[in-house]
Every structure is written in structure tokens, then in C-alpha cells.
Design a protein around this ligand. Structure first.
Ligand SMILES: Cc1cc2nc3c(=O)[nH]c(=O)nc-3n(C[C@H](O)[C@H](O)[C@H](O)COP(=O)(O)O)c2cc1C
Length: 335
């Protein structure tokens, strides 16, 4: 896998195939699925296969599957299953999720407290996933009393990981507060494998600054891309020393949001077709939920966003939702 200069971070319940297709079209070099339970995959949970679905719009673009777990044998078996699907570029290990239900189970950020186990997990995954590369997404440590960026990076490299993404916050801070670039730089300096710097990138200037301050091979963007896929276009332009196109105005944002909803609908229809017994929502209801959850971000801060949100209360169906967008953000003449 080529080292991405600019990657979309995994975001649970957000970075499905529709979101990834939008990010790729805007300029992301690589993306990761939402986190997938290794146990769920191995035991055939019906919730898992839908998370591994792709859309034709992402064709040929590198997507990694992120697994969470803590049992080397189970992670290895899950990695083997992912490799066998033949449609993913890498298997990634989640060694940073701080959510209680994950950590209490020994998964995610809990792996940072047991570097030896982390190493055994990565090693087992590397053997099982071959020839697919294994990558790790981690943080700078569990809490400020236990900075561990360099040690974790060394453990992952020694175990055979091909790339690391380091979120520059401690697990104890969840997703809030400043990003500690010097700690990410410690991970970069500790290993020869490429490191992606992650955290707090909401503009091209912030991406360039984080790359400069950390010496990382690439940047990984999470929440900054919510409802703002043009951030990838802006960062790629900045990386190439080009001037970026101006950010889209309200009518253009409505077009982008509707395009996202169309991809979302295509995905949910595909899921319904392929997994009729998975107990998923009706495709249109699922799209309305996606809109409430994250597509609404396209309108964040615009006059008219509050009115759209109010109308959303009564927009139960997809046609209602599209009509509400057209009322709040009328299409440009001739569009
Ligand atoms: C809603 C949400 C869901 C997330 N889901 C995942 C996940 O599934 N796997 C993971 O490694 N990190 C996950 N993260 C962490 C992000 O990938 C990223 O590291 C974090 O948001 C910091 O980057 P940012 O400041 O650019 O958003 C999630 C974060 C948020 C806010």
C-alpha cells in the first residue's frame, strides 16, 4: 500500500462506503472502515458484514478495515477473513478507542496499557493478513502520566506493522483538548515505518502545521471532514503548493449534501438487498437517520441551518427531507 499523504480517519457510524466515496472524490488518498469487532466477524455476527460493504464509487481506492479486539488468535482469524474478501488494502488495529464499553473489554485504548499484548496482536495479524499489510491506529498514551507514543510505535514496528496513525491526544482526554504535536513527533522519530499524524485538523493550514511540527509522512483527518469534504481538496492543494478553489457557498453545499444522501441511499439499498435478514432499517429511514447524524453538518453555521433543523423534525421521509433542503437552500438558477 502506498503511504497516503492524506487519509480519512475511521469514525464509527460515519465513515461508511458513502462517506468514504465522498471523501475520495474530494481528494482523500486512503480511508478506513468504521471499527469492526474481530469477535463479531469471527463468530459470524449479522451486524458485521454490512460494515464491510463497499460502493462502486470507491472502486480502486484503498480502504482499510479497522478491527478491534485483544485476543491475538481472534484478531488473526478476523484478519484472515478480511484478506480473503479481496477488496481491502490493509487491516488496521484499533489501539486507541477510549469508549468505556470497549476499554472495559480489554480492547481499543486498553491495548496501550499492555504493550506486550499489543505486540502479540499485531504479530498475529501480520502473519494472518499477508500479503495485506497491517497498520495500527493508536494515541500518544493512556493519560498524561503515561506518555507512550515512542514505545507504542516501536512495539508496533517490531511486530511487523507497515504504518501507524497516531492521534495526538491521550485516551483520558477522549476527543477533546489540544493535540500534542511534539508527542506525535516522538513516535515519528522512534520508527522507520511511516506515521500519519491525526487530531484537530480543520483547515489546510492546520494540516500543514501538524505535518511540519511532527515530521509525519501524512495527515489523517476525522471530524474536520464532517459535512466539509472540500477540506481534502484544500489540503491537497496546499500540499502541492497550489491555491485551493474557494469553499462552496450555500447552494453548492446543498448539492453536495444531496449527492451524499444519494450515495447513502445507494448503500442502504445495497445492504437491504445483500443482507435482507440483518434487521437493518428501511433504506430511506436509514438515510434520514444519516442526515440527522452527520450529513446535516454540510449546513453548519449557515443562515437557514436552524430553520432546516426545525423542518427536519417533521421530515420523516427522504422526499420530505430533500424538499426541506430545497426550501432552506434553494438551488442556484440554472443548476
Ligand atoms: C464519532 C467518532 C467516532 C470515532 N470512531 C473511531 C473508530 O471507529 N476508530 C478509531 O480508531 N477512531 C475513531 N474515532 C477517533 C477518530 O478517528 C480520530 O482519531 C479523532 O476524532 C481525532 O481526529 P480529529 O480531531 O480529526 O477528529 C472516532 C471519533 C469520533 C468523534
Amino acid at each position: 500500500m502506498e503511504t497516503p499523504r492524506l487519509a480519512l480517519a475511521p469514525l464509527a457510524e460515519v465513515t461508511d462506503a458513502a462517506f468514504r466515496a465522498v471523501a475520495f472524490a474530494a481528494g482523500a488518498d486512503a480511508a478506513t472502515t468504521e471499527m469492526v469487532s474481530a469477535a463479531g466477524l469471527v463468530r459470524g455476527s449479522r451486524n458485521t458484514p454490512p460494515l464491510l460493504e463497499r460502493l462502486p464509487e470507491e472502486e480502486g481506492r484503498p480502504v482499510s478495515v479497522q478491527l478491534y479486539g485483544h485476543d491475538p488468535a481472534e484478531l488473526a482469524e478476523a484478519s484472515r477473513l478480511v484478506a480473503g474478501l479481496g477488496r481491502f488494502a490493509a487491516v488496521d488495529l484499533n489501539a486507541g478507542c477510549p469508549m468505556r464499553r470497549i476499554v472495559e473489554n480489554g480492547d481499543g485504548a486498553a491495548l496501550m496499557r499492555d504493550p506486550a499484548l499489543l505486540g502479540r496482536c499485531v504479530e498475529a495479524m501480520v502473519r494472518a493478513a499477508a500479503p495485506l499489510p497491517v497498520t495500527v491506529k493508536t494515541r500518544i498514551g493512556a493519560d498524561p502520566d503515561h506518555p507512550a507514543a515512542a514505545e507504542l510505535a516501536r512495539v508496533c514496528e517490531a511486530a511487523g506493522a507497515s504504518l501507524l496513525a497516531v492521534h495526538g491526544r491521550y485516551a483520558s482526554r477522549v476527543h477533546a483538548g489540544p493535540v500534542d504535536a511534539p508527542r506525535i513527533a516522538e513516535a515519528v522519530a522512534a520508527v522507520r515505518i511511516p506515521v500519519l499524524a491525526n487530531g484537530g485538523i480543520h483547515s489546510a493550514a492546520q494540516a500543514l502545521a501538524l505535518l511540519r511540527e511532527t515530521g509525519a509522512a501524512g495527515a489523517m483527518v476525522g471530524r474536520g471532514a464532517l459535512g466539509a469534504p472540500w477540506l481534502f481538496t484544500e489540503i491537497q492543494a496546499a500540499l502541492a503548493g497550489r491555491r485551493a478553489p474557494p469553499p462552496p457557498g450555500p447552494a453548492e453545499r446543498a448539492v453536495l449534501a444531496k449527492r451524499h444522501l444519494a450515495l447513502s441511499l445507494a448503500l442502504h439499498r445495497r445492504l437491504r438487498e445483500r443482507f435482507p435478514d440483518a434487521g437493518g432499517l428501511d433504506p430511506e429511514a436509514a438515510v434520514v437517520l444519516d442526515f440527522r447524524r452527520h450529513v446535516f453538518h454540510y449546513f453548519h453555521g449557515l443562515p437557514g441551518a436552524a430553520a432546516l433543523r426545525r423542518r427536519m423534525g417533521s421530515a420523516a421521509s427522504l422526499p420530505d427531507l430533500l424538499a426541506a433542503i430545497d426550501v432552506a437552500f434553494p438551488p442556484a438558477p440554472g443548476a
